[in-house]
Structures are given as C-alpha cells and as structure tokens.
Design a protein around this ligand. Structure first.
Ligand SMILES: [Zn+2]
Length: 255
C-alpha cells in the first residue's frame, strides 16, 4: 500500500513497558533457552530503536546492542552477523535480537489492531458507529482485505488505513509496511473508551484462562476469542504470515 499523503503524522506508536514485558514474558515461557536474547529484544523495543525506513520500505534497528549500529529488518531476514551466522534458530528458522524485537512489536500492534476493528464499512449502522467514534474505531473495507478509519466525525467516507490478511490468530497486517501505517495511526488515535487491553495484562499464559477471564469481565464470546487468539502468535505463524514461501500453505488453511 502507499503511505503518500498520509494524514496521521510521522510518529510511530511506542508500546508501553507493560505491553512489551507481558508479550516478552510469553515468548520466554515458550523459549526458555532464549530468555537472555528476548530480554535484550525487549530493551530494544522499549528504547524506540525500531524504526521504519520509508525510502527503503523496510524496518530498521537504529541502535543495537550487537556490533551493528544499524540493521535492516525484513520478515525473514536481518542484516546483522548474528543472523547471517544462524547462531540462534527456533523451529528451524534463524533469529537474532533485532528480529525478535520486531516480532514483539508486531504482537503488540496486532493486538491493538484486533481490538480496534468494530465492523464493516458496507453496513450502514456499523459505519455510523465508527464515525461516532472517529479516530478510535476501525472498519473493514467491503472485501475485508483492509481496514479504514474516519479521521473525524465530519469525514464523509473513511480512509483506507492498511491492508490486512487473515492469519491463524485472526486479523493481521498484510505486510510490515501495513504494520508501519497502522503504527503511525495508533500513535495519535483516540484511546479506547474502556480498557480493552485487559488480556495483555493477564499474567496467565493459558489460553483457556485468558478466555474465561475476558468472559468474566463481560466481553462477548467473539471478543474474548479474538483477544485470546492474539495471545498465541508464535514464530511459526510469523513466517507463515509474512514469509512468501509459506503464504500458499497459510492461505489454504484460511480457506
Ligand atoms: Zn539482527
């Protein structure tokens, strides 16, 4: 997608310490042998080291605790030596601190994305609801392949924000460029009226616990399931979502 003439500013969303810590904790539970590198990745996210190079069209890590001062990140690659030497592999895929940092950021942002989608623009009542929560709630476009937003209540039609795709965890960004566009929007979006970030605050890693805790707080089955799904993104899904080599298999499963 194009971000030319993007109306939402040039500041990326900075996840809170709690968002990053909770997300990292889940990763560390799954990969106890990688705890130290996940800790370092957490620090990178919190320090704002991840940025997006609009000219190159890729994510970069500008300050690094590794030898490289500036690395370029794609969905399946990093330019640092650690990654090239395949010093850490998880489920057969090479990883490095920068790539893990990008995954942590992705997970936080994807959770926000799912919490903000409130309907489809083709349904009048849902569109009006989103317009009354302008710059706060998102709508799927009619074909469901993107999300759109009313920047203010006076906008007649919502503007496309970023392309989306369906992953095993639910709605996800189609590409890391779409994740960038969403991050720009989120940085200045109105906060949600109620604290929908409760699932991120959960201390349990058990999906059933998260689901039940959401239900107890009065969320619908659908909302609770979406939030629970958002908690279980793993490195395999990351590759299936963003690595073109896996997209066919991923699309078959979604079909
Ligand atoms: Zn790296």
């Amino acid at each position: 997608m194009s971000t030319t003439n993007y109306p939402f500013g040039r500041t990326l969303y900075r996840p809170t310490e709690y968002e990053v810590a909770t997300t990292a904790k889940q990763a560390k539970t799954k990969h106890p042998h990688a705890v130290r590198i996940i800790d370092e990745a957490q620090e990178l996210v919190l320090s704002g080291a991840l940025d997006y190079d609009t000219r190159a069209g890729s994510w970069i890590c500008t300050t690094s605790i590794a030898l490289n001062k500036h690395v370029t990140l794609g969905p399946k690659t990093c330019t640092c030596q650690f990654f090239r030497d395949r010093l850490l592999t998880l489920n057969g895929y090479p990883f490095c601190v920068h790539k893990i940092a990008l995954m942590l950021l992705h997970r936080v942002l994807a959770t926000h994305l799912r919490q903000r989608i409130s309907g489809n623009v083709k349904f009048h009542a849902e569109a009006e609801h989103a317009r009354s929560h302008a710059n706060e709630l998102l709508l799927f476009t009619p074909n469901g392949n993107a999300v759109a937003v009313f920047g203010s209540r006076t906008w007649r039609v919502p503007k496309d924000l970023c392309a989306t795709r369906w992953s095993m965890q639910g709605t996800d960004f189609k590409s890391l460029t779409d994740m960038y566009a969403f991050s720009l929007w989120l940085a200045q979006a109105h906060p949600l009226p109620q604290d929908l970030l409760m699932p991120l605050l959960s201390t349990s890693n058990d999906p059933e616990d998260i689901f039940q805790s959401m239900k107890q707080q009065g969320y619908s089955d659908h909302a609770a399931a979406m939030a629970t799904d958002a908690m279980v993104m793993d490195e395999r899904t990351w590759h299936e979502t963003y690595d073109p080599r896996h997209q066919n298999a991923s699309q078959r499963r979604a079909a």
